[in-house]
Write a protein that binds this ligand. Sequence first.
Ligand code: BEZ
Length: 395
Amino acid sequence: MHRFTSRRLAPACLAVAAMLAATGAVQAQSAQGGKIKVGFMLPYTGTYAALGTAIENGFRMYVQQQGGKLGGRDIEYFKVDDESDPAKAPENATKLIKRDQVDVVVGTVHSGVQMGIVKVAKENNTLLIIPNAGVDEATGPLCGPNIFRSSFSNWQPGYAMGHVLADRGMKKVVTLTWKYAAGEQSVKGFKEAFESKGGKVVKELSLPFPNVEFQALITEVAALKPDAVFVFFAGGGAVKFVKDWAGAGLKDKIPLYGSGFLTDGTLEAQGNAAQGLETTLHYADGLSNARDKTFRLDYAKTYKLQPDVYAVQGYDAAQLLAAGANAVKGDMSRKADVYKAMESAKVDSPRGAFTLSKAHNPVQDFYLRKVDGRENKVSTVAVKALADPARGCRL
Ligand code: BEZ
């Protein structure tokens, strides 16, 4: 049996002490002058791949416009493809936080994956900026000092459309979505507003994410003869749904509405099938603010692409991070000061300036838009300065 004498322990202790000293030195160096490490956890494959790329493009463009630095420090990027797979989320988030030691996680798109990231970010008190996923819990019961969103809650765009359809005198609506938080919570927001004004959601239909076998459900909707249909689909699935709806001959028979993800970033692929569709979202084509005009020109020049809502959310995620990093002159170890500066930021967004709610979700206008050619043209503001109710958030 070994006895751990002080002579045996001494070399081991010295080695551990040396390692701790080295880690401390690295951390001190990183706090003072190393790069700020940004970890993108986004979908780069699958039905939401284009959304992930647009978010990263928007984020990088803002950083480039600041000379590649935030808070006086260069930025180093790390990337993980989350594949929109909730089962892999905790492991992927842990890779960025523990292995790559990022200062901030920027992610993600899919609400189910977001739940896993929020959990890991909370456990490690790592700054998290959500650049899309609307999962209500992130700025509801799971809100936290280190959790911020540059996008929307799932409740918000659905709620805005509920008002629009009720005000148009619609009475009987069927809903159709993918069966996961984004679809279900959009419908919940829609129903809350629509039924508060006398409408009725007569049937809630769904199919598993990311299934695109829509035909049987489209037939079922037609048989129900509703006044209108409200849907949540996005990315590649939204392209297929809009084409299938038109292909089934329903485009001019049953009015189709959705949250704006149905037609954002998808119009090239949807073509004629999307013409005239109306949706609600916190961004639109044809806004009149100066920030949007320069943003669109810069984006088109940089990427040879038109921006969409996802690019805006990525751009604004970088603006939020800049608010925090600038306040501490790049010393991201001053977490409480970073969070405080981010909380009180007024973000000069292409969507129109916004502030954050107490739960760290944007308080923002929701536009009614109509597809015209390759644009989601703004018609009007459906709900002004809409704040998510943040039910269950204790901050
Ligand atoms: C979501 O999963 O939260 C989501 C995905 C795509 C567009 C909008 C929301």
